[in-house]
Design a protein. Structure first.
Length: 159
């Protein structure tokens, strides 16, 4: 799909849904494994529409998460930009990979994101050192094929 056919409104709508998903209360066992849906969307849109969803897009999405979660401004924005940069560097390759191989790359990117946030948490004196920190990495990698199927179908249907 050419990038010119993807409207900014479509990207904005998915971002709003992901922000709402980030703040909706879930039961504690499920909340620990809540995937970082907004980061998955940043990765997806960076692959599909790299000119529209670039590093500035990733920065603003990260700032939105910082604001809605009440975290130090810029913490997630920095980590989102790191992941978006890595995605942009691999964008041409990843678009050709089958979805399971993409899911492995996304798992790696989500792990880098968690490491960056862990590092920043340590700097500000609030490290979370439990193994549950890594559950969103696994749930996000498992969600990737579903997210790609839904969004690709939506993009094809609304040309």
């Amino acid at each position: 799909m050419s990038e010119g056919r993807i409207s900014r409104l479509r990207i904005t709508m998915t971002v709003i849904v992901a922000i709402i998903f980030a703040v909706v209360p879930l039961p504690e066992p499920i909340n620990a494994a809540r995937p970082d849906l907004l980061l998955l969307l940043v990765i997806y849109w960076s692959l599909i529409a790299p000119r529209t969803a670039g590093l500035l897009f990733a920065w603003f999405c990260g700032l939105a998460i910082d604001v809605v979660k009440g975290i130090i401004l810029g913490q997630h924005a920095f980590a989102f930009v790191v992941v978006a940069y890595m995605t942009h560097k691999q964008q041409l390759r990843m678009r050709l990979w089958p979805v399971p191989k993409q899911a492995l790359a996304v798992c790696f990117f989500l792990g880098i994101y968690q490491l960056a946030v862990f590092w920043l948490d340590g700097i500000i004196g609030q490290p979370v050192t439990t193994w549950q920190r890594w559950l969103p990495v696994l749930s996000g990698a498992l969600l990737w094929p579903v997210l790609v199927a839904i969004l690709d179908t939506w993009n094809r249907r609304n040309r």
